[in-house]
Design a protein around this ligand. Structure first.
Ligand code: COA
Length: 311
């Protein structure tokens, strides 16, 4: 098992807030409908992945006390890079003054957990230090006339520094999955806007979340009772409730930020993780389950033993 641990973290949301009330002036919807069906009250928009990632990445590195020359790899999970190419990771690398490899990873809303598992394999292979960022600007690919989708998504970025340690492993179990047969229920063509069959996505999301979480917990040799915190993908409060119910995990153990972020895709899990850490919800040795799903349908889960640096 990889011996890597998270030593720095940060979250960033763009300034512009779009409330449900404002959305009612754009499409035929209501605050009541959006809140009841999704749990979302507002979201941040008009972000750019390179800018949000740079801010979050810089703050995470500062917290870890890591200078740019000591980062060995930058992984940027995103589905909305600023440009077709170069990779947004290359721009962020330059902005942060890093002198290492940098690559975008696209597993849509599962991207951060895919990135975390990937980072741990690099650490296991001898890499010392990785900056992992989950960042998305979904407001750039929303059809603002489609009430089925425009009320659900937002922009943001979350970053973690992962460092090699000789101590106990922190990634105890994981699961990565993709079911390409469902690729047509949620997609965005090149240069296009998000297209979604909401009810079917909802149904499959609950199954995918529960399956990924169960597989990761089995591989970690733990049960739901052992978890101190669950960090689910923040797509819809009802999806989170339904999947945690299947898993037998009380909602009080979930970190929730979607009421003020909406679904920020690859940024969603790190935003919720950072929120829980900063609220003092995890202590040394606690077990955290991160679990996400997204277009693909992709899904991913990881069980992490919380092992922050002391002092
Ligand atoms: N405001 C008001 N009414 C809306 C609306 C909105 N923003 N969006 C859709 N509606 C309408 C629909 O047109 C439908 O009307 P109809 O019955 O006259 O056709 C009605 O509300 C009910 O739609 P339905 O699809 O049954 O609602 P739902 O309970 O499934 O909730 C979602 C819709 C989109 C919130 C829900 O299906 C969902 O969250 N799906 C998963 C989406 C997701 O997580 N995507 C990202 C995955 S990473």
């Amino acid at each position: 098992m990889p011996h890597g641990r998270i030593t720095g973290w940060a979250a960033h949301l763009p300034e512009r807030v779009l409330t449900n009330a404002e959305l009612t002036t754009m499409v035929d919807t209501s605050d009541e409908w959006i809140t009841a069906r999704s749990g979302i009250r507002s979201r941040h928009v008009d972000g750019r992945v390179t800018e949000m990632s740079t801010v979050a990445g810089r703050e995470a590195m500062a917290m870890a006390g890591v200078t740019p020359d000591r980062v060995d790899l930058l992984l940027l999970a995103t589905t909305t890079p600023d440009q077709q190419f170069p990779a947004s990771a290359s721009v962020v690398q330059h902005n942060l003054g890093l002198t290492c490899g940098a690559v975008d990873m696209n597993a849509v809303c599962s991207g951060f957990v895919y990135g975390l598992v990937t980072a741990m394999q690099f650490i296991n292979g001898g890499v010392e230090r990785i900056l992992l960022i989950g960042s998305d600007a979904l407001s750039s690919i929303i059809d603002w006339e489609d009430r089925n989708t425009c009320v659900l998504f937002g922009d943001g970025a979350g970053a973690v520094v992962i460092e090699r340690t000789g101590d106990q492993p922190s990634l105890l179990g994981w699961d990565l999955m993709s079911d390409g047969s469902a690729a047509g229920i949620l997609y965005c063509d090149q240069g296009g806007k998000i297209v979604m069959h909401g009810r079917e996505v909802f149904r499959q999301a609950v199954l995918a979340m529960a399956s990924a979480a169960e597989n990761a917990m089995t591989r970690a040799g733990i049960t739901a009772d052992d978890l101190a915190l669950v960090v689910p993908h923040q797509a819809n409060i009802r999806i989170i409730e339904a999947s945690l119910k299947r898993l037998g995990i009380p909602m009080e153990r979930a970190s929730l930020v979607l009421a003020h972020t909406g679904n920020t895709s690859a940024a969603s899990i790190p935003l919720a993780l950072v929120d829980a850490i900063e609220a003092g919800r995890v202590a040394q040795g606690d077990l955290i389950l991160m679990v996400g799903f997204g277009a693909g349908m992709s899904s991913a889960a990881a069980v992490l033993r919380w092992d922050p640096p002391t002092g």
